[in-house]
Design a protein around this ligand. Structure first.
Ligand code: SF4
Ligand code: SF4
Length: 430
């Protein structure tokens, strides 16, 4: 029997979940994705695997279980959205889109998000409250109190440990070395956490791009990329934020858009799909998505230029952000960036392609599952003996950094452009 020939039973014909039935039917239940799935590995329940979740989605579309079935909500909630199942799947199941659509359908069906999620999503959609909260977080971080509270564990301790993990690792004095501007114009996504808590990395991104021949242009008026909203199923707000960003990037006239946060980069590259039903915006969204590059892609395309020894002992391991490796399929460029730093020793990290359990605000909503996913990674990092863990996403940086601090492991987490920047600063110092 061919599923493509048969009329498909579709009890939920008025739900957005029914619209992705062709994607659901792409799954042939082979199970190749199971061992790639972090929640299946730690929870051992088929319903917490990609195959199980896809079966549940199909059961909802075919009317076997209701959309507000508590078990359906539980297993969809427990998904990290890491998309490791997509790279493992031989059938090309578009799992990320299925998950977002399932969560969106649940929200449209009067499902209430947890209070924490409502508050976080409300703040991230509004520039002024977001700026105020991040300013408060910077002030608190500057007192050193988060580092002390991190030791007490619990939810507050974990939150404070995440904030503590964002303090600068290597202080680099700005340098003036410039490339030839031959690689065209590029504008940066400022980001929310990146701009508010990791502004040094944003500055390092601009300097390293300029050193490698890119000409930086401003694009004022940016908002949150909308990834947190899209992953929670709030596609209405995600689309509204996307339209603001598209307008801002268009006005800049830049040829390329550099992103140093893997989760945000995956979202921007998906704007074309997010707005595909919007006749006024779909072609504009697709045009912007086509200009988006992770910063490591841009730097690797330029070589990148060699730096000098930083004077620090650089025994490092690299942990791949899921939204870089699985969502954007970018594996080699961050390693090319690291290879241009003299004196850096890259130590292999076991299961570097496995999720760290951060997943947006998953670590706030599902703390036990998040900690269980993170635990083996902390052990693998400790066994490398590395002084620095390199990763290109703020969520991973905060999650792994917090886990290391709570576990008493001395390694610090740092973005690859910060190390490259330190290497360029050393070159100018001579
Ligand atoms: S690997 Fe792909 S086709 Fe196979 S069970 Fe998983 S999602 Fe389905
Ligand atoms: S997105 Fe990640 S957690 Fe969710 S089903 Fe796929 S592999 Fe598992």
């Amino acid at each position: 029997m061919s599923g493509a020939q048969e009329p498909l039973l579709c009890a939920l014909h008025d739900s957005s979940l029914a619209s992705v039935l062709p994607g659901i039917m792409t799954c042939v239940h082979c199970g190749f994705c199971l061992q790639a799935c972090p929640t299946y590995r730690v929870l051992g329940d088929e319903n917490d695997s990609p195959r199980g979740r896809i079966r549940l989605m199909r059961a909802v579309v075919e009317g076997d279980i209701p959309l507000d079935d508590p078990a359906f909500e539980t297993h969809i909630d427990r998904c990290l959205g890491c998309r490791a199942c997509e790279t493992a799947c031989p059938s090309g199941v578009p799992y990320g889109q299925l998950l977002e659509t399932a969560r969106s359908a649940m929200l449209q069906h009067d499902r209430r998000l947890p209070f924490v999620a409502v508050v976080v999503l409300w703040i991230f959609a509004r520039p002024m409250p977001l700026a105020f909260v991040l300013w408060g977080a910077r002030v608190l971080r500057g007192t050193g109190i988060p580092g002390m509270l991190a030791r007490f564990g619990g939810k507050l301790g974990a939150l404070m440990a995440m904030l503590h993990a964002t303090r600068p690792v290597l202080l680099t004095s700005p340098y003036t070395r410039r490339g030839t501007n031959a690689r065209g114009t590029v504008t940066q996504l400022e980001g929310c956490v990146m701009k508010g808590l990791l502004a040094g990395t944003n500055a390092a991104t601009a300097r390293t791009l300029a050193t490698n021949g890119f000409s930086l242009v401003d694009s004022p008026g940016q908002r949150c990329c909308g990834a947190l909203h899209a992953h929670a199923g709030d596609l209405r707000v995600a689309r509204a934020l996307a339209r603001r960003n598209i307008a801002a990037f268009e006005a800049s006239g830049s040829e390329l858009i550099a992103v140093n946060a893997a989760g945000c980069g995956a979202m921007l590259k998906d704007y074309g799909h997010l707005l595909h039903d919007d006749a006024d915006w779909n072609s504009r969204a697709a045009a912007i998505s086509a200009k988006v590059r992770d910063v490591s892609e841009l730097l690797a395309s330029a070589g990148p230029a060699k730096g000098a020894e930083t004077g620090h002992e650089l025994d490092v391991c690299y942990d791949a952000p899921c939204h870089l490796l699985h969502a954007q399929r970018i594996a080699r460029p961050p390693l090319d960036v690291l290879a241009s730093i003299p004196g850096l020793k890259l130590i292999p990290l076991e299961d570097a392609d496995q999720c760290c359990g951060a997943a947006g605000i998953y670590n706030l909503l599902e703390p036990e599952a998040s900690a269980a996913v993170l635990a083996p990674k902390l052990g693998h990092i400790a066994r490398t003996g590395a002084k620095y863990v390199i990763t290109g996403n703020p969520g991973c940086l905060m999650q792994i950094g917090a886990g290391l601090a709570i576990a008493g492991i001395s390694a610090r987490v740092i973005h690859p452009v910060d190390l490259l920047d330190a290497s360029y600063a050393a070159l100018e110092r001579g």
